[in-house]
Design a binder for this molecule. Structure first.
Ligand SMILES: [Zn+2]
Length: 195
């Protein structure tokens, strides 16, 4: 296993000094412009993909980049969304799915999740996306449908609905391809490849 302490030492010695001014500013300022919601998958690194600096992205990562629709009960995802939108006033929310997603593959191919009951329960938040792609069983199609479904779920959160109504917020759906590094922008607010 890679020694994380070695990485921390490298950060302190080689990376931090170059960004010392930025971190000094960030010590008392937290003004991210974007709420970035991605899968927990280790191969999806939001700041690397977007070329952003510390302080730019407010990040939520969940298995399958799922965003539960709003309910009166509180949960960590809802709290983070509300904080980003209502308190930090982010201008954009990106939901970023990705190729070879384990969660979407399990759903598309009907894997037996009886040994992982928490995962099985969590993935119920993708039921609508799965229903739309059940005929094909295509993982890539489910990844795309799932991003769009989570954007719809996002808009049920009162803070998001309010910001959308006031035209202070834009929702965007992306899919990151691990093999090529390409980012596909789904047709919610303009489509095509970012690069
Ligand atoms: Zn994933």
């Amino acid at each position: 296993m890679q020694d994380l302490a070695v990485g921390v030492a490298h950060f302190r010695e080689a990376v931090f000094p170059e960004k010392a001014e930025l971190f000094a500013h960030l010590a008392s300022h937290h003004t991210p412009h974007t709420l970035f919601i991605s899968c927990s998958d280790a191969r999806v690194v939001p700041e690397l993909i977007t070329g952003t600096e510390p302080g730019d992205l407010f990040v939520i990562r969940t298995a399958g980049n799922l965003v539960p629709a709003y309910t009166p009960e509180t949960d960590g995802v809802a709290a983070s969304i509300e904080y980003a939108v209502a308190a930090l006033a982010v201008k954009d929310i990106v939901v970023c799915g990705h190729s070879a997603c384990g969660a979407m593959t399990a759903l598309a191919q009907g894997h037996d999740l009886s040994g992982a009951p928490a995962v099985a329960a969590w993935l119920r938040h993708a039921d609508a996306s799965r229903a739309r792609t059940a005929v094909t069983g295509d993982v890539d199609a489910l990844v795309r449908e799932n991003v769009l479904a989570q954007l719809a779920n996002l808009s049920t959160h009162p803070s998001v609905a309010r910001a959308l109504a006031e035209q202070k917020l834009t929702l965007r759906g992306w899919v990151f391809d691990i093999a090529t590094g390409a980012v596909e922008v789904l047709p919610t607010a303009g489509s095509g490849l970012v690069s």
